[in-house]
Design a protein around this ligand. Structure first.
Ligand SMILES: [Zn+2]
Length: 165
């Protein structure tokens, strides 16, 4: 019982700490909210384009240690589908909102993995309240669809993500 409470508290702690620093995906016009069944992480990651992107892009740097990615299904604010946080150098937390369909979560997972690649390549640097995109200071205050790292992530997701037949 106590162990469970500690687990829940530490989870809440993580969400609070990283919320201001995260790269989120907004739901927008999504009609897939209120799903009957909650998807599991293996179900979400079992997608050819996700696996290909992970293998070919994220794990393809021979000169550095592969990133460590922790993925959790966490109740997020209703309009946020996914969040990626760089916990420490090379360690990432991807949080996915269970209130969305498997299709939406797969596409979001892909989008979040692009953020991991952005951090890994040094395109996206988050230091305290500051954020830099390709060496230029930017702002978390920008609307989601004007953030250059979101435009970049969406462009790559649009190009490479595919639902399995
Ligand atoms: Zn994003």
């Amino acid at each position: 019982m106590i162990k469970k409470i500690i687990q829940i508290l530490s989870l809440i702690f993580i969400i609070c700490i990283f919320n201001k620093d995260v790269t989120g995906s907004l739901a927008g016009q999504d009609n897939n909210i209120k799903v009957a069944k909650i998807s599991t992480i293996p179900e979400i990651t079992n997608n050819k384009s996700i696996l290909k992107f992970t293998k070919d892009s994220l794990l393809s740097y021979p000169y550095r240690i592969p990133p460590k990615i922790v993925t959790k299904i966490v109740p997020l604010q209703f309009d946020i589908i996914g969040l990626t946080t760089e916990i420490s150098k090379g360690v990432y937390l991807i949080q996915l909102n269970p209130n969305y369909s498997i299709e939406t979560l797969q596409r979001t997972m892909f989008h979040e993995l692009v953020h991991v690649l952005q951090f890994e390549k040094g395109y996206l640097i988050s230091k305290g309240t500051k954020v830099y995109w390709k060496g230029v200071e930017s702002s978390w205050m920008l609307p989601w669809n004007q953030r250059p790292w979101e435009i970049h992530a969406e462009k790559i997701t649009e190009k490479l993500f595919q639902f399995d037949q």
